[in-house]
Design a binder for this molecule. Structure first.
Ligand SMILES: [Zn+2]
Length: 669
């Protein structure tokens, strides 16, 4: 056994502004596997997290619901807690950034930074909403892009031409909160002097705390020059008021990472753990953060600098991962692919997704795709077809021909020794967050175990008189190979491993080293199936729109007059493939679609779906078009048809589609 490490790990904080979706589950699973692996290896590893609860969006959302912000974040916290538990995320503490512990730590951190000369007070200009009586964050001012003129753009950047600017540059700016034009006002803000940490950050990065690809990205930021960081916001704001600056609040991004410390402080309060053992400047414990690659600036620049500036230790590792796509596309509410943890858990066990994520998670920051067909196929092939198959083929014979007892020796100790020897390489893969490599190696071993059983055919020997001892030996060998693999998979499949521990009548929970020695001359229990086959058709239910099934379809409005079948037949509805989609300059609700109608040819159609769909995401998909609508001349061109969609409008518009197999031009009857 190597030296016992003391480790604290965190996942980034889920924002208390909505449900936990599978993108966040990916991160929690990645962290949880690593934490469980460390514990299985015998290290002391604590895993804490907290809800990120502050900021303007939460404040406005609570106002819109007519409830207090505290009430909103409490409700969301209960949902997040339920979903994380449902996914078997083994958190030691799940706190909230809106806690007294966090307020005290924010205050302490801020005072320490100020005392050390790291805080500067500066006067800034910012957009102000006279009607709502509040300063407006950049995303709360909209207007026309100063560069290309595109309407309805945010105050920080243009989604059409990509230009970046400040809200003061926008043409015809409007406050999103009240709909009135904002004015510019001055206000005193507090800045963290990030620029003075450049050299120490460079040496921290050079020390291997981040992945190599991340170090390259950070180098770009160093080259651009580090800017000081505005850590204050004006009232009204939902957050912590700065102690000696009335009306000024800590910016949510200042108090959020301190929330890791606060959550750990809550754990310390109910255990013998000491906070300073982990956070004093000279702490020898390890601190690891798992985050999405979109929040690197905060975690790999601001955060280590804030910790150091306040006299605390810096992270041992900041580990970034890529984004999750569903069937090759960004998760999207309008496409029904914004899959929440709850929706997933209504259909499938958590460990299926945990395994799928593990099988695809490498140590880098590449995006990961959850392809639903591949999900079902891989689960059925690996977990059901390979892993569980080993146990289900052997267990019955031990019960029937060996009175539920494993043999006193393995017939092929060399084969078992190979499985035991694989432990070191597997541990190195887990440690380096190369879970995909570990899963590949484990499944290759599962293949060898199945091959062994295929060669020795216990089901044939069991029918022959006088060969019971041989059958017992083969099945003892098979079950021990299965046992070693389950030990290696315990970080990924904690519930299945727990069942397997009970099946093997283990006196204690497994540790990693238990795989080194086989279990012989011991009783085992009756075998119960550990995993069931996944129905590929059922997987498709994950991406139906949330609304489907939640309520019966609304009855047709009484005013809709009955239509004769002949009248209906006059409408020429066709399957169409969208071959191109583009924005329309000067029309902020429209997309121009080029649709292929097969034998009819290609047509241009304008559709009011811009708020709901990203043009690129539409290219290639099938939809339904009214092909015999009289052409309509519009300001931007002629529309030669109409695509069919449902929903009240805005972002809530859902394009109809045709199942795979339908071809462009097919008549809909
Ligand atoms: Zn623009």
């Amino acid at each position: 056994m190597t030296r016992k490490r003391r480790i604290l790990v965190t996942s980034a904080l889920p924002y208390a502004n909505g449900p936990i979706h599978l993108g966040y589950v990916l991160e929690a699973v990645q962290t949880d596997i690593w934490a469980r692996f460390q514990r299985l290896r015998g290290h002391e590893c604590h895993y804490v997290c907290a809800d990120d609860t502050h900021g303007t969006p939460i404040m406005l959302k609570a106002q819109a619901e007519g409830i207090g912000a505290e009430q909103l974040i409490e409700r969301v916290h209960a949902e997040h807690r339920r979903d994380l538990a449902g996914m078997l995320i083994g958190l030691d503490n799940f706190g909230s950034t809106h806690s007294p512990e966090n307020q005290a730590l924010c205050d302490r951190t801020y005072r320490a930074l100020r005392a050390a000369g790291h805080i500067a007070k500066r006067r800034i200009k910012q957009a102000f909403d006279l009607q709502a009586n509040m300063f407006l964050p950049d995303r709360y001012v909209k207007g026309s892009c100063p560069n290309c003129g595109a309407a309805d753009q945010y105050g920080d950047s243009c989604e059409v031409c990509g230009a970046t600017y400040t809200p003061a540059d926008l043409k015809d700016p409007i406050s999103v909160v009240s709909g009135t034009p904002p004015v510019e006002r001055e206000s005193d803000h507090y800045f963290f002097r990030l620029s003075s940490f450049e050299e120490s950050l460079k040496s921290w990065v050079g020390g291997g705390a981040v992945q190599r690809s991340v170090a390259h990205k950070l180098q770009e930021w160093f080259t651009q020059g580090l800017k000081d960081w505005d850590i204050s916001r004006d009232a009204p704001y939902f957050g912590f008021e700065i102690a000696d600056a009335p009306g000024k609040y800590f910016y949510v991004w200042f108090d959020a990472p301190i929330g890791y410390l606060a959550s750990f402080a809550q754990l310390c309060a109910r255990t013998p753990l000491l906070f300073d053992d982990f956070f004093a400047a000279d702490s020898r414990a390890e601190l690891h953060h798992f985050i999405g690659k979109d929040i690197l600036y905060f975690h790999a620049l601001f955060w280590p600098a804030v910790l150091q500036g306040a006299g605390m230790r810096r992270p041992s590792g900041v580990h970034a991962h890529g984004f999750l796509t569903i069937n090759g596309q960004k998760m999207s509410k309008s496409r029904g692919t914004f899959i929440t943890a709850q929706r997933y858990l209504q259909h499938f066990p958590p460990e299926y997704l945990r395994y799928y994520f593990a099988a695809k998670l490498g140590p880098g920051i590449d995006d990961m795709d959850l392809n639903l067909e591949d999900f079902a196929a891989r689960l059925n092939a690996d977990i059901v077809g390979k892993l569980v198959n080993i146990a289900s083929r052997c267990a019955g014979f031990i019960a029937k021909s060996a009175a539920g007892r494993l043999a006193a020796a393995l017939p092929e100790p060399k084969l078992y020794a190979d499985f035991a020897a694989a432990g070191d390489a597997l541990a190195a893969a887990y440690e380096g967050r190369d879970y995909a490599g570990a899963m590949r190696e484990i499944m290759a071993l599962a293949d060898r175990a199945n091959q062994y059983i295929d060669e020795h055919k216990p089901w044939l020997l069991a029918k022959q008189a006088g060969r019971a001892a041989e059958v017992q030996g083969i099945c003892t060998q098979g079950l021990n190979l299965f046992r070693a693999l389950m030990i290696y998979l315990k970080p990924v499949l904690p519930a299945m491993a727990g069942k397997a521990e009970r099946f093997f009548e283990e006196a204690q929970e497994w540790t990693w080293d238990d795989a080194a020695k086989p279990l012989i001359a011991a009783p085992i229990r009756a075998y119960e199936p550990l995993a069931l086959r996944l129905d590929p058709a059922a997987v498709r239910r994950l991406i139906e729109p949330e609304a489907a099934g939640a309520a019966a379809p609304a009855p047709a409005p009484a005013s809709a007059a009955a239509l004769s079948i002949d009248e209906f037949a006059r409408i020429d509805l066709r399957v169409a493939r969208i071959v191109a989609a583009e924005l329309v300059a000067g029309a902020d609700k429209l997309l121009k679609l080029r649709v292929d109608l097969g034998e009819i040819g290609e047509r241009d159609v304008f559709a009011g779906i811009r708020a709901a769909y990203d043009p690129q995401s539409l290219v290639g998909r099938l939809t339904v078009v009214v092909a015999n609508l009289a052409p309509r001349k519009m300001r931007f061109g002629v529309s030669q048809g109409m695509v069919l969609a449902a929903g009240p409008g805005g972002r809530e518009v859902f394009l109809l589609s045709a199942d795979a197999g339908a071809a462009p031009g097919m008549r809909i009857k």
